[in-house]
Design a protein around this ligand. Structure first.
Ligand code: ZN
Length: 129
């Protein structure tokens, strides 16, 4: 992946921290606690809803957009369907998990002014627009 380094939120802060000032060829393995990766699970984002409120064809593993308690858009995953009840989970699939990343720097280049203004990388492997 290609990301804009320097706190633009393109990747996890702990990954940026580990790669700060590193040159191509540098490689490391990071062990991240869930709180430093995709966050802890929030059980208030688990909902049970009658199946009758869904369009036909609702399936385990499917996704739908709804709103969280704070009114923000939230993606919910269908966790389980039991009889007439559908269990939805608004947590990131990796929330609550400790993760290990093996990362290697393959290239470093200066960002363009446009990339800095957009807060993301352009070109190959980046945004096209
Ligand atoms: Zn852009």
């Amino acid at each position: 992946m290609v990301y804009l380094h320097g706190g633009y939120g393109n990747t996890l802060p702990k990954i940026e921290e580990a790669l700060e000032g590193k040159e191509p060829g540098y490689q490391t393995t990071l062990q991240l606690q869930a709180a430093d990766a995709f966050g802890l699970r929030d059980e208030s984002l688990v909902r049970t809803i009658p199946k009758s409120e869904f369009p036909p064809g609702v399936k385990v593993g499917g996704q739908l957009e709804g709103r969280g308690e704070d009114g923000r858009e939230q993606v919910f995953h269908v966790m389980k369907i039991k009889g007439n009840i559908v269990m939805l989970d608004g947590n990131h699939p990796l929330a609550g998990k400790d993760l290990r990343f093996t990362v290697k720097v393959t290239d470093v280049r200066a960002a363009s002014e446009e990339e800095i203004a957009h807060k993301h990388v352009h070109g190959e492997h980046g945004h096209h627009h």
